[in-house]
Design a protein around this ligand. Structure first.
Ligand SMILES: Cc1cc2nc3c(=O)[nH]c(=O)nc-3n(C[C@H](O)[C@H](O)[C@H](O)COP(=O)(O)OP(=O)(O)OC[C@H]3O[C@@H](n4cnc5c(N)ncnc54)[C@H](O)[C@@H]3O)c2cc1C
Length: 257
């Protein structure tokens, strides 16, 4: 018998497509859940007797009334095709306990946070900076500075988060750079070009997000996380200043390619 005790229902209240494979989903959980920015929820569906469950970083910050996710459809994946079938008003299962250690180190250990993402890996950082903006509105400023580097193949892989984060830069405590690796598929693109790993050192170094001042966070594609970590380690970042969240494991053949 499948144990559904750890799960509650989460009702889909809004979905916004950015492309055929990337969407923003907002869910209303049956009961409010507690979490810290950077943590993830486990979304699930029942398939016969089995529960298919996967981790999704929460995009929204704890002060928001709904739980937001930025999800990529994985063709032939076990769970995401089910999520794509949901209509507003439908529900899926969600573990009531929100978990994860990819959270911000308490301020002011190091006052600069270097946040590096590919695609949907931007999710935890949006939660972090929305929470920060809310804290500032409420008169609580911890004095930390943030630099987000966000990469995708094309502009639509970045969702609407690029615009949102660019607007937040007006506050002076956040810098944001988006980079696309296939600019020829985005004729109007005027931003940075290349993979995250190709432009990371250039942007981090010129902004003073170095080993003496920053903690680095890497999130999303496993290959970016590995090569980003190696780059930063060579630049003097000790292990304790490198935090990572890999979204999936590459099949062995691709990992060695
Ligand atoms: C802590 C954590 C947080 C996560 N947060 C998010 C999030 O915010 N948004 C999000 O979209 N995903 C996120 N993921 C990934 C998510 O948990 C699933 O792995 C993903 O949605 C695929 O699920 P699936 O069942 O459809 O595919 P699966 O059946 O699990 O995978 C099928 C195959 O596709 C590969 N694969 C899985 N994901 C991808 C991908 N994105 N690109 C290319 N190949 C892939 C797998 O290696 C596997 O070989 C997160 C993962 C972790 C561990």
């Amino acid at each position: 018998m499948t144990n559904l005790k750890p799960f509650i229902n989460a009702r889909l209240v809004e979905r916004t497509p950015f492309s055929n494979e990337r969407e923003r989903f907002r869910f209303e959980p049956e009961r409010p859940v507690n979490f810290k920015p950077g943590q993830y929820a486990t979304l699930a569906v029942l398939s016969g007797d089995a529960v298919i469950q996967r981790a999704y970083s929460i995009v929204s910050s704890p002060h928001e009334p709904t739980l937001e996710f930025f999800i990529e459809l994985v063709e032939h994946g076990e769970l995401t095709p089910h999520i794509w079938e949901l209509k507003v008003g439908d529900s899926l299962l969600m573990r009531e306990r929100i978990v994860g250690a990819f959270t911000l180190a308490p301020a002011p250990v190091l006052a600069r946070r270097l946040l590096i993402a590919t695609g949907t890996g931007i999710a935890p950082y949006v939660s972090m900076v929305r929470a920060r903006a809310d804290a500032i509105r409420n008169g609580a400023d911890d004095g930390c500075e943030y630099f987000i580097l966000h990469g995708g193949s094309r502009a639509q892989d970045l969702g609407s988060y690029r615009e949102e984060l660019m607007e937040l830069c007006a506050g002076g405590w956040l810098q944001y750079v988006a980079t696309v690796s296939r600019p020829w598929e985005n004729p109007g693109w005027s931003g940075e070009v290349g993979r995250v790993e190709d432009v990371l050192r250039k942007h981090a170094d010129t902004r003073g997000y170095d080993a003496a001042h920053a903690i680095a966070y890497l999130c999303g594609h496993p290959q970016m996380v590995e090569s980003g970590k190696a780059l930063l380690a060579r630049a003097g970042f000790p292990k304790a200043q490198l935090k990572e969240e890999k979204y999936f494991t590459l099949p062995a053949a691709e990992a060695t390619a």
